[in-house]
Design a binder for this molecule. Structure first.
Ligand code: HEC
Length: 110
């Protein structure tokens, strides 16, 4: 009886000692935080201006049927009232890139 208890205690101690040392395997999901690469000038602008507050996931999760007017309203909203500091001149190329990459004019995710 005494030996059994001692054995259990030893096994428990061994288990506790091994526990935290065991390798933890983590499989990360596919990269979704950045913008889809493109030769359109708006791609570089989106990478520069649209990742400082949130990842590209907000853009990726919008309906792919969204028209240009939706993207324009959204980008303008990021500037005002949300306060994104990109110049007015960058709005048009960013909207063009988003419409063709994530919106009704593109094929991404379709
Ligand atoms: C100043 C910080 C800031 C910057 C820079 C910014 N956003 Fe946002 N964005 C926000 C906030 C705040 C929300 C709203 C989050 C919420 O509702 O939880 C948001 C939400 C969104 C959404 C979700 C839909 C919606 O209307 O709420 C999209 C799409 C989006 N942003 C795209 C962009 C794009 C494209 C850019 C670059 C042109 C950009 N954001 C840059 C702050 C920012």
């Amino acid at each position: 009886m005494k030996t059994t208890i001692l054995k259990s205690a030893l096994l428990l101690a061994a288990g506790l000692a091994l526990g935290p040392a065991q390798a933890l395997e983590i499989t990360l999901p596919a990269e979704t935080a950045v913008y889809q690469e493109s030769s359109l000038p708006g791609y570089q602008l989106a990478m520069a201006h649209c990742l400082m507050c949130h990842s590209a996931q907000y853009v990726q999760t919008q309906p792919h049927t969204s028209p240009r007017s939706y993207w324009e309203a959204t980008v303008k909203k990021m500037k005002k009232p949300f306060g994104a500091p990109f110049p007015e001149a960058d709005i048009e190329p960013i909207v063009d890139y988003l419409s063709k990459t994530y919106g009704a004019e593109g094929t991404a995710g379709k």
